[in-house]
Design a protein around this ligand. Sequence first.
Ligand code: 13P
Length: 335
Amino acid sequence: MSIEQLADTALAMVAPGKGIIAIDESNATIAKRFEAVGIPNSEENRRAYRELLLTTPNLNEHISGAILFDETIRQSTKAGVPFTKVMMDNGIIPGIKVDKGTHPLAGCPGELITEGLDGLRERLKEYAALGARFAKWRAVITINVDDGLPTSTCIEANAHALARYAALCQECGLVPMVEPEVLMDGTHDIDECYSVTEATLRALFSALHLFDVDLTGTILKASMVVSGKDCAEQASVEEVAEATLTCLKSTVPAILPGIVFLSGGQNDHDATAHLNAMNQYETPWPLSFSYGRAMQSAALKIWSQDLVGNLAKAQETVYARARENGLAALGEWES
Ligand code: 13P
């Protein structure tokens, strides 16, 4: 795969008015989401749920790609059609989560490092053969002002791992979707989130440069600059949009084909409103979405009430969220 082909895929991922649906929850994470709405976490329920999402009528009007989990990329519809084929037939680019989750970072109490580099080259080759065209790796940065977190050690270690994974992706013909998530958890204010996000992105792009990652074939999955979830003073939509844009413009090279955001625990309305507000401005890159919870939560709740009878209604909700976020990616959403 040439770098031009990777760049074409990256541009298609952020095509105007389109974004990504993240359905790459690990079995442990989907267990939590299912448990919250009373759905038993069986392999068949996971398969049926992902089929519901991926076969939503007209999803491709607003969705360019979907991120799958290892189990999901090997699954098929009830009728026996591999999910990757369903996606490709509908013009939805298959992506895959390739990290192996977060673990405590030795020497840095309270902080996490993402693992999964061992054997990654072989796994990437297999995923590419299964039809994946891009791969996601999520690093997590925790803010805790009282404990002096994050440390620069944690930021650097995660940036280094992200860069090693990104270089391997490009070697194996996959677009890396690099995701350094600064968590919303905590009482910190938006200014603290800004400085941590700025330091995280600076370290990331420096590490990507160190490992010779070609930015034209790379997508950034970023967290927005927001107030901590438990901060007494919550920044407005306009403040979030301005702070996030200033932070990105100060740290992310303009040559990058696009930036997509995670929702990170924001409610549906805020996730869409923030993206829409940012897209009122001229930006060096397309800004779109790669939401998990903010794409799925409403549909999951509806489906949980009747796994057979509510299927079409749940799909209508997935489509509605895709449409809203697709409009926000154009700056044309109206609340
Ligand atoms: P959320 O939008 O629910 O944060 O999930 C996106 C994602 O892929 C996190 O890695």
